[in-house]
Design a protein around this ligand. Structure first.
Ligand code: TMP
Length: 204
């Protein structure tokens, strides 16, 4: 790992993760840090093509295997092209989703063996795990009313309940790195919870 700081955001669709990520990036920039704000899928040119394939609503079948590998391909390019160079340059990288999304969505959500998802992603992450992951949490019944219905978001509430449960399991297993934050309340209340954890962890 480089000398920078790697922070990721996770959570089910519509939970307000991107709003909170934007607020955190602004706070860090105000303090004078150089921040690289990025996302998966879609943080690179290749990733934007893959994102379009993965998320465009379609009648065409995309097998679960292909879905897993496409997310991993996006990640492989992103880690090499964006995340690792930024960390090596001492920057703070704030990334909207990372490998935990594959564990939660493809592992727990689709019912794949989590170990298999981890194995497939090993080459993609190339040894790089975040210093801190902030996972926003709320009821899928509430968050999904805010989504636009892309190919993944067309999955049912039961799918999202499994994804949410997956995040809970990850939090138990990696309690040092992976923090669940309630997304209930105002945007400001949630951003204060996020900032408190950043400070507690002494990352900035
Ligand atoms: P976004 O809307 O938060 O940008 O995420 C894109 C969608 O892709 C979202 O529904 C979550 C899903 N996703 C996975 O299923 N697996 C993954 O590994 C990643 C990164 C995202």
């Amino acid at each position: 790992m480089g000398k920078g700081v790697f922070i990721t955001f996770e959570g089910i669709d519509g939970v307000g993760k991107t709003t909170q990520l934007n607020i955190l990036c602004k706070q860090l920039q105000k303090l004078g840090y150089t921040v690289v704000k990025t996302r998966e899928p879609g943080g690179t040119w290749l990733g934007r093509q893959i994102r379009q394939i993965l998320l465009a609503p379609t009648d065409q079948a995309i097998s679960q295997q292909a879905e897993i590998l496409l997310y991993a391909a996006d990640r492989a390019q992103h880690v090499q092209e964006i995340v690792k160079p930024a960390l090596a340059a001492g920057k703070i990288v704030v990334c909207d989703r990372y490998v935990d999304s594959s564990i939660a969505y493809q592992g727990y959500g689709l019912g794949w063996d989590v170990e298999a998802i981890v194995q497939i992603n090993q080459k993609a992450i190339d040894g790089l795990m975040p210093h801190l992951t902030l996972c926003l949490d709320n009821e899928p019944e509430l968050t999904l009313t805010r989504t636009k219905g892309d190919r993944i978001e067309q999955r049912d509430i039961a799918y999202y309940q499994r994804v949410r449960q997956g995040y809970q399991e990850i939090a138990q297993q990696y309690s040092e790195r992976f923090k669940i934050i309630s997304a209930q309340g105002s945007i400001e209340e949630v951003s204060q919870r996020v900032w408190k954890i950043i400070q507690e962890r002494g990352l900035v």
